[in-house]
Design a protein around this ligand. Structure first.
Ligand code: PEP
Length: 249
Protein backbone atom coordinates (compact mmCIF):
# COMPACT_ATOMS: atom_id res chain seq x y z
CA UNK A 1 0.00 0.00 0.00
CA UNK A 2 1.22 3.52 -0.76
CA UNK A 3 2.22 5.75 2.11
CA UNK A 4 -0.14 8.55 3.05
CA UNK A 5 1.81 11.72 3.74
CA UNK A 6 0.76 15.16 4.95
CA UNK A 7 3.56 17.71 4.88
CA UNK A 8 3.37 21.29 6.12
CA UNK A 9 5.37 23.86 4.20
CA UNK A 10 5.87 26.77 6.59
CA UNK A 11 7.55 28.88 3.89
CA UNK A 12 9.20 32.09 5.24
CA UNK A 13 7.12 32.15 8.42
CA UNK A 14 7.90 31.74 12.12
CA UNK A 15 11.01 32.83 14.00
CA UNK A 16 12.55 30.68 16.70
CA UNK A 17 9.95 31.33 19.40
CA UNK A 18 6.99 30.84 17.06
CA UNK A 19 8.59 27.68 15.71
CA UNK A 20 8.87 26.23 19.20
CA UNK A 21 5.33 27.35 20.12
CA UNK A 22 3.85 25.73 17.02
CA UNK A 23 5.74 22.48 17.55
CA UNK A 24 4.53 22.35 21.16
CA UNK A 25 0.97 22.78 19.86
CA UNK A 26 1.48 20.15 17.17
CA UNK A 27 2.72 17.65 19.73
CA UNK A 28 -0.52 18.09 21.71
CA UNK A 29 -2.69 17.08 18.75
CA UNK A 30 -4.17 13.62 18.55
CA UNK A 31 -3.37 11.68 15.41
CA UNK A 32 -6.06 9.28 14.29
CA UNK A 33 -4.88 8.56 10.74
CA UNK A 34 -2.09 6.48 9.26
CA UNK A 35 -0.53 9.47 7.46
CA UNK A 36 3.14 10.29 7.89
CA UNK A 37 3.38 13.86 9.20
CA UNK A 38 6.11 16.29 8.18
CA UNK A 39 6.82 19.96 8.79
CA UNK A 40 9.23 22.18 6.86
CA UNK A 41 10.39 25.16 8.96
CA UNK A 42 12.88 27.74 7.68
CA UNK A 43 16.59 26.90 7.52
CA UNK A 44 17.49 28.89 10.64
CA UNK A 45 15.06 26.89 12.76
CA UNK A 46 15.67 23.43 11.36
CA UNK A 47 18.09 22.29 14.03
CA UNK A 48 15.91 23.50 16.85
CA UNK A 49 12.77 22.06 15.24
CA UNK A 50 14.51 18.74 14.68
CA UNK A 51 15.45 18.52 18.36
CA UNK A 52 12.05 19.71 19.53
CA UNK A 53 10.07 17.29 17.36
CA UNK A 54 12.22 14.25 18.19
CA UNK A 55 10.14 11.21 19.16
CA UNK A 56 6.91 13.05 18.35
CA UNK A 57 6.32 11.16 15.12
CA UNK A 58 6.58 14.45 13.21
CA UNK A 59 9.42 14.50 10.70
CA UNK A 60 11.22 17.81 10.24
CA UNK A 61 12.14 18.40 6.61
CA UNK A 62 13.80 21.17 4.55
CA UNK A 63 12.14 23.54 2.06
CA UNK A 64 15.04 23.65 -0.37
CA UNK A 65 18.77 22.99 -0.86
CA UNK A 66 21.55 23.69 -3.35
CA UNK A 67 22.89 21.04 -5.71
CA UNK A 68 26.56 21.58 -4.87
CA UNK A 69 28.06 19.83 -1.86
CA UNK A 70 29.95 22.94 -0.71
CA UNK A 71 31.90 25.89 -2.10
CA UNK A 72 31.40 29.48 -3.22
CA UNK A 73 27.58 29.63 -3.16
CA UNK A 74 26.92 32.42 -0.68
CA UNK A 75 23.67 31.99 1.19
CA UNK A 76 23.06 28.43 0.12
CA UNK A 77 22.71 25.14 2.02
CA UNK A 78 23.77 21.69 0.80
CA UNK A 79 22.28 18.24 1.18
CA UNK A 80 25.28 17.23 3.29
CA UNK A 81 24.60 20.12 5.67
CA UNK A 82 20.97 19.09 6.04
CA UNK A 83 22.00 15.51 6.66
CA UNK A 84 24.55 16.63 9.24
CA UNK A 85 21.71 17.89 11.47
CA UNK A 86 19.53 14.85 10.88
CA UNK A 87 17.26 16.08 8.08
CA UNK A 88 16.30 13.20 5.76
CA UNK A 89 13.76 14.76 3.41
CA UNK A 90 13.78 17.90 1.27
CA UNK A 91 11.11 19.70 -0.75
CA UNK A 92 12.39 20.60 -4.22
CA UNK A 93 10.83 22.56 -7.06
CA UNK A 94 8.14 24.45 -5.17
CA UNK A 95 6.42 26.85 -7.56
CA UNK A 96 7.58 29.83 -5.47
CA UNK A 97 11.19 28.68 -5.97
CA UNK A 98 10.54 28.32 -9.69
CA UNK A 99 8.81 31.72 -9.96
CA UNK A 100 10.98 33.91 -7.70
CA UNK A 101 14.36 32.15 -7.74
CA UNK A 102 14.52 31.03 -11.35
CA UNK A 103 14.58 27.33 -10.62
CA UNK A 104 14.18 25.28 -13.76
CA UNK A 105 13.64 21.60 -14.45
CA UNK A 106 17.32 21.45 -15.41
CA UNK A 107 18.62 22.94 -12.15
CA UNK A 108 16.09 20.85 -10.23
CA UNK A 109 17.40 17.68 -11.85
CA UNK A 110 20.81 18.52 -10.35
CA UNK A 111 19.27 19.15 -6.93
CA UNK A 112 17.37 15.88 -7.08
CA UNK A 113 20.59 14.05 -7.93
CA UNK A 114 22.45 15.70 -5.04
CA UNK A 115 19.69 14.89 -2.55
CA UNK A 116 19.50 11.26 -3.63
CA UNK A 117 23.30 10.93 -3.64
CA UNK A 118 23.16 11.96 0.01
CA UNK A 119 20.53 9.33 0.76
CA UNK A 120 17.70 11.83 1.17
CA UNK A 121 14.07 11.53 0.20
CA UNK A 122 12.74 14.22 -2.15
CA UNK A 123 9.28 15.76 -2.25
CA UNK A 124 9.25 17.02 -5.82
CA UNK A 125 6.74 19.78 -6.58
CA UNK A 126 5.39 20.52 -10.00
CA UNK A 127 2.22 21.77 -11.62
CA UNK A 128 0.80 23.97 -14.32
CA UNK A 129 0.03 27.71 -14.34
CA UNK A 130 -3.51 29.01 -14.80
CA UNK A 131 -2.77 29.94 -18.42
CA UNK A 132 -1.70 26.34 -19.13
CA UNK A 133 -4.96 25.01 -17.75
CA UNK A 134 -7.03 27.60 -19.59
CA UNK A 135 -5.40 26.59 -22.84
CA UNK A 136 -5.84 22.89 -22.09
CA UNK A 137 -2.11 22.27 -21.86
CA UNK A 138 -1.92 21.17 -18.23
CA UNK A 139 -0.99 17.57 -18.99
CA UNK A 140 1.71 18.59 -21.50
CA UNK A 141 3.30 20.89 -18.92
CA UNK A 142 3.12 18.41 -16.07
CA UNK A 143 4.52 15.62 -18.22
CA UNK A 144 7.43 17.76 -19.38
CA UNK A 145 8.25 18.84 -15.79
CA UNK A 146 8.34 15.20 -14.72
CA UNK A 147 10.40 14.05 -17.67
CA UNK A 148 12.90 16.91 -17.60
CA UNK A 149 13.58 16.88 -13.87
CA UNK A 150 13.15 13.23 -12.91
CA UNK A 151 13.10 10.73 -15.75
CA UNK A 152 16.89 10.49 -15.96
CA UNK A 153 16.73 8.62 -12.64
CA UNK A 154 17.20 4.87 -12.38
CA UNK A 155 14.23 2.84 -11.16
CA UNK A 156 15.86 2.39 -7.76
CA UNK A 157 16.54 6.11 -7.41
CA UNK A 158 13.02 7.05 -8.51
CA UNK A 159 11.57 5.08 -5.60
CA UNK A 160 12.95 7.74 -3.23
CA UNK A 161 10.78 10.42 -4.80
CA UNK A 162 7.47 11.62 -3.42
CA UNK A 163 5.55 13.74 -5.92
CA UNK A 164 3.55 16.83 -5.01
CA UNK A 165 1.23 17.98 -7.78
CA UNK A 166 0.53 21.63 -7.06
CA UNK A 167 -1.38 23.58 -9.70
CA UNK A 168 0.15 27.05 -9.38
CA UNK A 169 -3.26 28.73 -9.64
CA UNK A 170 -4.36 26.95 -6.45
CA UNK A 171 -1.39 27.76 -4.22
CA UNK A 172 -2.15 30.33 -1.54
CA UNK A 173 -5.10 31.62 -3.57
CA UNK A 174 -7.91 29.94 -1.66
CA UNK A 175 -8.88 28.35 -4.96
CA UNK A 176 -8.60 24.56 -4.84
CA UNK A 177 -8.61 22.13 -7.72
CA UNK A 178 -11.80 20.13 -7.46
CA UNK A 179 -11.29 16.61 -6.13
CA UNK A 180 -12.06 15.35 -9.64
CA UNK A 181 -9.49 17.69 -11.23
CA UNK A 182 -6.90 16.45 -8.72
CA UNK A 183 -7.80 12.81 -9.34
CA UNK A 184 -7.66 13.22 -13.12
CA UNK A 185 -4.19 14.76 -12.97
CA UNK A 186 -2.87 12.29 -10.38
CA UNK A 187 -4.07 9.37 -12.52
CA UNK A 188 -2.35 10.93 -15.54
CA UNK A 189 0.87 11.36 -13.53
CA UNK A 190 0.74 7.73 -12.40
CA UNK A 191 0.18 6.57 -15.97
CA UNK A 192 3.15 8.64 -17.13
CA UNK A 193 5.34 7.05 -14.45
CA UNK A 194 4.08 3.58 -15.38
CA UNK A 195 5.07 4.13 -19.02
CA UNK A 196 8.62 4.92 -17.93
CA UNK A 197 9.18 2.76 -14.82
CA UNK A 198 6.42 0.14 -14.97
CA UNK A 199 3.21 -0.40 -13.05
CA UNK A 200 4.79 -1.64 -9.81
CA UNK A 201 6.85 1.52 -9.38
CA UNK A 202 3.96 3.76 -10.43
CA UNK A 203 1.68 2.06 -7.90
CA UNK A 204 4.23 2.53 -5.12
CA UNK A 205 4.88 6.26 -5.54
CA UNK A 206 2.98 8.61 -3.23
CA UNK A 207 1.49 11.56 -5.10
CA UNK A 208 0.45 14.45 -2.85
CA UNK A 209 -1.90 17.24 -3.85
CA UNK A 210 -1.08 20.83 -2.88
CA UNK A 211 -3.10 24.01 -3.32
CA UNK A 212 -5.36 25.55 -0.67
CA UNK A 213 -6.06 22.29 1.15
CA UNK A 214 -8.05 23.10 4.30
CA UNK A 215 -9.84 21.12 7.00
CA UNK A 216 -13.07 21.73 5.09
CA UNK A 217 -11.94 20.19 1.79
CA UNK A 218 -9.23 17.68 2.78
CA UNK A 219 -11.49 14.67 3.28
CA UNK A 220 -13.01 14.90 -0.18
CA UNK A 221 -9.66 15.44 -1.89
CA UNK A 222 -7.99 12.61 0.05
CA UNK A 223 -10.84 10.26 -0.77
CA UNK A 224 -9.70 10.12 -4.39
CA UNK A 225 -7.83 6.89 -5.18
CA UNK A 226 -4.70 8.47 -6.65
CA UNK A 227 -4.34 11.22 -4.04
CA UNK A 228 -1.96 9.93 -1.36
CA UNK A 229 -1.69 13.02 0.79
CA UNK A 230 -1.15 16.73 0.78
CA UNK A 231 1.46 19.44 0.79
CA UNK A 232 -0.08 22.13 2.93
CA UNK A 233 0.95 25.79 3.07
CA UNK A 234 -1.28 28.26 4.93
CA UNK A 235 -3.25 25.70 6.90
CA UNK A 236 -0.06 24.11 8.26
CA UNK A 237 0.60 27.19 10.40
CA UNK A 238 -2.23 26.35 12.80
CA UNK A 239 -1.80 23.12 14.73
CA UNK A 240 -5.52 22.26 14.92
CA UNK A 241 -6.11 22.92 11.22
CA UNK A 242 -3.02 20.97 10.21
CA UNK A 243 -4.02 17.94 12.26
CA UNK A 244 -7.60 18.15 11.03
CA UNK A 245 -6.07 17.69 7.57
CA UNK A 246 -3.72 14.91 8.78
CA UNK A 247 -6.73 13.15 10.29
CA UNK A 248 -8.82 13.56 7.16
CA UNK A 249 -7.47 10.19 5.99
C1 PEP B 1 2.20 25.18 -0.79
O1 PEP B 1 2.86 26.12 -0.42
O2 PEP B 1 2.76 24.16 -1.22
C2 PEP B 1 0.74 25.27 -0.71
C3 PEP B 1 0.04 24.30 -1.22
O3 PEP B 1 0.22 26.39 -0.11
P1 PEP B 1 -1.33 26.63 0.28
O4 PEP B 1 -1.79 25.37 1.00
O5 PEP B 1 -1.32 27.82 1.17
O6 PEP B 1 -2.07 26.84 -0.99
Amino acid sequence: MRKHIVAGNWKMNNGLIQTETLIVELKKQEKTSDAEVMIAPTFTNLWHAFQSAKQSGIEVIAQNMHFAENGAYTGEISAGMLKSIGIQTVILGHSERRAYFNETDESLAKKVDAALANGMRVIFCFGEELSDRKSGNEEIIVESQLKNALFHLSTDAFKHIVLAYEPVWAIGTGETATPDQAQTMHAFIRKTIAEKYGNDVADSISILYGGSVKPSNAKEIFSKPDVDGGLIGGASLKAEDFFAIVNAF
